[in-house]
Design a protein around this ligand. Structure first.
Ligand code: 1HN
Length: 350
């Protein structure tokens, strides 16, 4: 409200509000400025989870509950500004999952889209619709919405990865569905690497071919570290860094050239040692994992240290400056693609 009201009008309005409330009617003019803000005002906070701390708690949980008992043995990285929400940003979820040698996480599917970014361990798998992706550190694995997925660890070491999901987005639309497969593991449908051969070579099975097994709109689900790191390295050797991103590559869905999943965009970037980015604000709150090196994320002028395997969240419309002490490699995911589809995405490059 702008112009001041008389004391009498104020008193009478208060009485009016009290009368309306039991009928679920409320005055917009009392809340309009908070609803339609001139710029984003996310309640989320910039925050860092150090890997060593989280890992320790996760391994302690591993002594007490099995992956099968938990269904998914995960520690949620909840944003301290969004208590009780299980959310890392207003639209996304992040957690750290542990699967111990010999364990399985049973097969299920749900409307939510998920990505896994491997933090530690080698040789465990995520099976998507019965095809195993054998995972190594810093591999990206997708389980797009409504695709059956189970995990298993046939290696001799614990395996830990970050789960990134669009849970708050699906909840926002009240569109959650989930089901379990009666068996704990999906029958193996094809050998590991089948999808990469059919769809990962800038080709695809010709339409109508009986071998067109994967969902046509979402074929690829394994983006190995060995491949993306090599491309990032090539990029670094062959040109100048972008002043805001450094050397950056987005993961894409080859079916449409867009983001990896309908609601989640993912990328990697390399900031050479000594590089300092120009300041940038964007409406997509972003979750970063430090893959290599060290540096600082300066968020609205406040320094957050970046150390290997730490997770850092930068909420919507906070000024971000990234500084690399040594060669810094980051993985990041956000809801950028969802915002672009809704006509909401904005950025400001300083
Ligand atoms: C899920 O399906 C997994 O499949 C991990 O590993 C975390 C968090 C909420 C809902 C579903 C998984 C999840 C999840």
């Amino acid at each position: 409200m702008s112009a001041a009201l008389s004391n009498d009008a104020t008193t009478q309005l208060k009485a009016l509000y009290a009368e309306m409330e039991p009928r679920s009617l409320y005055p917009l003019w009392e809340v309009l400025a908070a609803l339609v803000t001139p710029k984003p005002r996310s309640p989320a906070q910039a925050h860092r989870w150090t890997y060593a701390d989280a890992r320790d708690y996760l391994l302690r949980a591993g002594d007490l509950i099995s992956a099968a008992q938990a269904e998914r043995r995960v520690l949620i990285m909840e944003n301290p500004g969004l208590p009780g929400s299980s959310s890392v940003t207003s639209s996304l979820y992040a957690g750290l999952q542990l699967i111990l040698p010999g364990e399985i996480a049973p097969c299920h599917r749900h409307a939510q889209c998920a990505l896994r970014f491997v933090m530690e361990g080698e040789g465990a798998f995520t099976a998507v619709d019965g095809e195993k992706a054998v995972m190594r550190p810093f591999d990206l694995v997708l389980t797009p919405g409504w695709q059956w997925h189970d995990h298993g660890n046939t290696s001799s070491q614990p395996m830990i990865w970050l789960d990134g999901l669009d849970i708050p987005t699906v909840m926002h639309f009240d569109a959650s569905f989930a089901e379990h497969l009666p068996q704990s593991a999906h029958p193996e449908t094809v050998p590991p690497g089948d999808t990469a051969m059919r769809y990962g070579r800038n080709m695809r099975p010709m339409r109508g071919t009986p071998t067109d097994r994967r969902a046509g709109r979402q074929p690829l689900f394994h983006y190995p570290y060995a491949e993306w790191r090599e491309s990032l390295d090539y990029l670094t050797r062959s040109g100048e860094p972008d002043p805001h991103f450094g050397y950056a590559l987005e993961f894409t869905n080859p079916a449409d050239g867009g983001a990896v999943m309908p609601t989640i965009s993912a990328h990697v970037r390399h900031l050479p040692g000594g590089f300092s980015s120009r300041p940038r604000l964007s409406t997509d709150g972003t979750i970063f994992v430090v893959v290599e090196g060290s540096g600082t994320a300066q968020v609205d002028g406040k320094d957050i240290p970046l150390r290997e395997r730490d997770t850092v969240v930068v909420p919507s419309w906070r000024e971000l400056v990234l500084k690399a002490d040594s060669d810094l490699v980051l993985f990041g995911y956000s809801d950028r693609t969802a915002q672009e589809k809704l006509g909401l995405f904005r950025e400001h490059r300083g």
